[in-house]
Design a protein around this ligand. Sequence first.
Ligand SMILES: Cc1ncc(COP(=O)(O)O)c(C=O)c1O
Length: 331
Amino acid sequence: MNTLTVNLHLMMVSFYRPNSERFKIIMEAGAFPSDQYAVETQVRWHGYDPAEAIVEVAPRPGEALLHTEDILAAIEQHGAQTALVLFAGLNYYTGQVYDMPAITAAGHRVGAYVGFDLAHAAGNVPLHLHDWGVDFAVWCTYKYINSGPGAPSGAFVHAKHGNNNQIPRFAGWWGHNEERRFLMEKGFDPIPGAAGWQLSNAPILAYAPMRASHDLFLEAGMPALRAKSENLTAYLEFLIDSLNTDKRRFDIITPRDPAQRGAQLSFLTGPAGKQLFDYLTQNGVICDWREHNLPGEKGEKAGVIRIAPTPMYNSFEDVWRFADLLAKANV
Ligand SMILES: Cc1ncc(COP(=O)(O)O)c(C=O)c1O
């Protein structure tokens, strides 16, 4: 339903209900900008100051990745004042998969709700949201789920909340009891589960590629896709590492542990990164370039190239061809 940022706002209406004692949101530093804007404006809308209410967990100096123990320590430290813990499942920039079960358990220990933005995790890494006890999650379907920009987003609400029709929410007719929807009567009666958070009737044309993609996922199965994904990414890692010489380095910042990453490697490029990205694009590689510096990134104006060998449609040969282009790059 809707798009990701809309769903994030809808979920925060239900799961970020601050009061003078509990008003903080703990999140990762450098979260995707739309999430930052959503959080900042929710905090302001409730009358709190983002500088006080938003706690960002940052990498240690000189590092790119977050330590789980630092996330858990922040939750512990701000626990009594924390209303919501909100993290990505997989950080879009570094490719790091956060320890969702540990973060969820820590958030619940201090009495906070815990939600995840799974934009880069859905269709990419194994997820067991119900078993982990996650309160809510949102994701878009135009990355690994192949639906195209602006296609409908997803939302998960844990059954312990989904069946509670008293939970505050912003409602619309598409979330109302399906049997009675067209009776046009007063009194909102939510459909149990996340479906009860739907607002409007469905964009059927935009659902078509999503449906086709879901059919392919069901046919291939996540375990097979994940197995190929781990191998493809490991092969890419091996090839990139083998290009490093005394003169030239492609420093991979994505975790080396396959359990802590999906189908993505991000590597630092140094000053000529944008030219390298343009050369790759001109040679038919669709990857991504970010100027943005993490604290401690090397080199003047260092940037990051993100490359995602997607198991649904990328082959080992594609990965080899990419590394071959990288080896031949003149920049
Ligand atoms: C992590 C994350 N959050 C939010 C968004 C924004 O999604 P939407 O345009 O559907 O609101 C994106 C889009 O790329 C994203 O990657």
